[in-house]
Design a protein around this ligand. Structure first.
Ligand code: CTP
Ligand code: MG
Length: 404
């Protein structure tokens, strides 16, 4: 068989960006007895899902797919079909005995014009297009290696045999994903001198003296390794389909959110993006702005995107002390990814203090500016009843209506 089935015709438009998709692994741990990249996730094979995200990139991008050697022709026809008019900008080459050899095969298949390459695992088939954009942009801006990474949320221990030696400080650790991006010449040089000890491309690049930075990854970019990962990926696909169906439908997208925080006199009081000097603050991992958090929950629930804890985490170190504006902007970004934006918000504050009356117009203005939509704020006490009546804490209830 020829070394490659790739197109040999010169490209009509030279491209400077490329993605190498490694898909040649056998999927031993998944245990389906077939090449992992060709295993379906909710009816569509992993490689196809990975390619769909890549072909959605705005800038012209060459795509080299490293295929299971015994499924080359089948992979070629899949790539041609998914690429459509971009088919001349693809290559399909057989993989090697390990991931390292497969990446090298992919790098050999790139046209001369490529300056920046991203190496991506087909097994991370739900990686959003935005993650490819972010990595490309960062490599082109900084000229170094760039990898997506997420904070480690489990407590991590160092062990020896069955003995636990110590807890590792997880604030200095991240878990890394793909795509990992590099200036192509430097990555080729790094692979030329690499040993087999590195487990990712950034490791190879760094061992050869390259500098690597990281950008925030995305939980959806999980690597499907085991049957449990496959089920989780299928759940993500179902959630996305539900959101897509809601977006297509003409029914108004309406959401509700509630947030409650206890007072913590040691904290400054931040509510509805305003500072209330001299008032007790609200306890929480972030700045405790219950008004912003209730609005975020209303926005996310209107889109069927879950809630603030699910999207931003309840103990993510990146959000320690974060202001409500960070979450409002993050929720708006999530909506935008699904073609949605918030059209109107109402929020009611329930509590004895702080007194809202005089600050109501300012709070409405601050929230409206952050959300780019009208916001109505109201407040009530509970006649001395319940935890708000006793002055133990404060609650906020919000509604959001979305626009498509
Ligand atoms: N990969 C590859 N060539 C290899 C081995 C792995 O292209 N010889 C690719 C896989 O297809 C996958 C990525 O590298 O997209 C990450 O590898 P991994 O998740 O370990 O996949 P498998 O090797 O297929 O799985 P397992 O280790 O369970 O056999
Ligand atoms: Mg493997």
């Amino acid at each position: 068989m020829s070394e490659s089935l790739r197109t040999t015709a010169p490209l009509a438009h030279p491209v400077s960006r490329a993605v190498v998709v490694v898909a040649a692994g056998s999927g031993t741990r998944l245990g389906m007895g077939t090449a992992k990249a060709l295993v379906p996730v909710a009816g569509v094979v992993m490689l196809e899902r990975a390619l769909e995200a890549i072909f959605a990139l705005a800038a012209p991008t060459f795509v080299a797919v490293v295929a299971p050697p015994d499924r080359l022709a089948e992979t070629q026809s899949l790539v041609t079909r998914v690429a459509g008019p971009a088919a001349p900008y693809t290559a399909v080459v057989p993989g090697g005995a390990d991931r390292h050899a497969s990446v090298e095969a992919g790098l050999r298949a790139l046209p001369q014009s490529v300056a920046t390459v991203l190496v991506h695992d087909a097994a991370r088939c739900l990686t959003p297009t935005a993650q490819f954009e972010t990595v490309f942009a960062a490599v082109e801006r900084d000229g170094c290696g760039v990898i997506p990474a997420l904070p480690v949320t489990d407590t991590v221990k160092r062990i020896a045999d069955d003995l636990v030696l110590e807890t590792v400080d997880r604030s200095a650790l991240v878990g890394v994903q793909t795509p990992q991006g590099f200036p192509v010449a430097a990555l080729r040089q790094a692979y030329a001198v690499a040993t087999r000890s590195e487990t990712d491309d950034a490791g190879v690049f760094q061992a050869a003296g390259g500098e690597v930075r990281f950008v925030p990854g995305d939980a959806d970019a999980l690597k499907i390794t085991t049957a449990w990962d496959l089920r989780r990926a299928e759940a993500i696909v179902r959630d996305r389909a539900a959101v897509a169906a809601a977006v297509d439908d003409q029914v108004p997208l309406f959401g509700i959110g509630i947030d409650v925080h206890a007072f913590d006199a040691a904290q400054p009081c931040r509510l509805g993006l305003l500072a209330f000097d001299g008032e007790p603050g609200l306890a929480g991992h972030s700045d405790g702005d219950a008004v912003s958090h209730a609005i975020v929950d209303a926005m996310l629930s209107a889109a069927g995107l879950g809630d603030i804890g699910g999207v931003f985490g309840t103990d993510d170190p990146r959000f320690a002390g974060a202001s409500g504006a960070v979450f409002l902007a993050g929720a708006a970004e999530r909506l935008a990814e699904h073609g949605l934006r918030v059209g109107r918000v109402t929020v009611q504050i329930i509590g004895k203090r702080p007194r809202i009356g005089a600050r109501r117009p300012a709070m409405q203005d601050a929230l409206a500016a952050a959300l780019d939509c009208p916001v109505a704020v109201s407040a009530t006490t509970t006649d001395g009843l319940g935890f708000t009546g006793r002055g133990e804490g404060l609650a906020a209830i919000a509604t959001a209506v979305l626009r498509r």
